[in-house]
Write a protein that binds this ligand. Sequence first.
Ligand code: FAD
Length: 491
Amino acid sequence: MMKKIAIIGAGVSGMTAAIYCLKSGFDVTVYEQHSRSGGLCSGWKRKGYSFEGAVHWINDSGLNDPLYSLWRETGILGENVKNYRSDPYFVYTYNGTNICIYRDIDRLKAHLLEISPEDTKAIETLYRDVQTMRKLKIPLMDIRGLKTKNKNRINLPLLLNMIPQIVKLPRWSKYSAKEYAAAFKHPGIRKALGEFIVYKKFGSLSLLHTMACFMDSGVYPEGGSLNLGKRMEDKINALGGRILFNTKADRIIFEGNTACGLEIQGEKILCDAVIVTQDLLTAENLLKKPLNDKWIQSAKNDPPVQTTFACIGVRDDLRDVPYAFAFDEEISVGGIQYDCMTLTNYANHTDYAPPGCSSLTCSFTGDSYEYWKELKKNGTYAEEKLRLANELGQLLEKHLPRLKNKIEVIDIATPLTYERYTGSYRGAWMTILEKKARPSLPRSIPAKYKRLYLAGFRTKAPGGLPIALLSGFKASQYACKDFGMTFEGNR
Ligand SMILES: Cc1cc2nc3c(=O)[nH]c(=O)nc-3n(C[C@H](O)[C@H](O)[C@H](O)COP(=O)(O)OP(=O)(O)OC[C@H]3O[C@@H](n4cnc5c(N)ncnc54)[C@H](O)[C@@H]3O)c2cc1C
């Protein structure tokens, strides 16, 4: 008899776990509370416009990255998926000067030197640091004691290449992205590097890692989050698994401390093991006892990354406007004061907008959860979203006067929106990998329980798609090991 595994959540981590469990011979059912797959990795349509709701870039996904086989096998990326890598990735207009963040580090260096020769030393350091960081890769190793067909061995040349770079990690760990960028004298470059590439509270390690990934990967797959979820879903169906939508798991059933089923709307569904990808900080309602593991408790202190996110549809062809751009403008969003607006422009992607029109998104990162919650309570939530949409429209028209009277849609999502659709704690979609935090790999098993495995972005800061992917992969390996099954791994 095939062993039955129940997976809570059809986000990227849950679907990754499902794919590897299916390949290894489990009978897999994924339970998803929402009407579609993808979880936080999502997008939506309004009045003929398609809006990307998550993926801006996928890191650690280059052909030489150990994780590449996972991206390919899950259908997220691969030979059949067209990728976009706009260069410059990002343009910040500061006092009339365009500061371009090129993926090509040599071009970036030349560009920054031209703008600010007095920053030669800081530019040289950035150049060296990004090149060094390029050699550091997230390793892919099998869990100990696993029977597997295609062993993920420690890649010795890769490891040896990494050792001299690992020594430099503590130096970068000392600073936040903003502090690292403070070495630059030019205020525009300081802001472009310190605030836009990663959220300013992230450690400089994340900044350098992302810039290194821009060089080799950092891609945007065709069709974005929505298509990516669909490809994973198709894979699950093709492998004989199923996803049950609009099906919220209310509780996990235990025999002693061993997970053996789910309770869904009063019905008991028995299985041999459970993988939980619901945000761990809200997952205690599924269990009979809280998850007291130290690492889970400490995850509660990882500062959340939340966003007030605006989707904008305009009746104009913006293919000549950069893919990602920012400009200075004072605006209060979700009770937080911002001094600039950052936008992503999807005009160069097919089918995101009606002919001659363009779809844009604008993201305001910061913890605005309580602010929006209060407005929801006092009944002014919708009113404030409308006010904000109007103000955003005016500021966008001020920066791009050609958009006057051409803005057709502005749709605003808040942390409450993410909380409502995915159950993530306070609407978070990543967590901040702060300075001094050490990079490590996701955790999968809670100490108290058996046949219960954890995956998802919350299992390791900063989360995001690489952690969702890797944690789903690892959870499936633990399940295989416990049942003595051979892991049909990646190749
Ligand atoms: C605006 C934005 C921009 C982003 N940009 C990037 C980016 O550029 N690069 C990057 O790598 N990442 C990015 N991310 C982050 C990335 O999308 C997420 O970290 C990742 O998708 C999380 O996947 P997950 O599977 O861990 O969690 P989730 O996607 O939250 O999946 C959990 C799933 O479980 C379901 N669920 C929860 N509870 C239950 C229950 N009791 N029963 C049944 N189902 C349940 C939820 O509905 C959800 O579908 C972005 C996210 C957002 C929102």
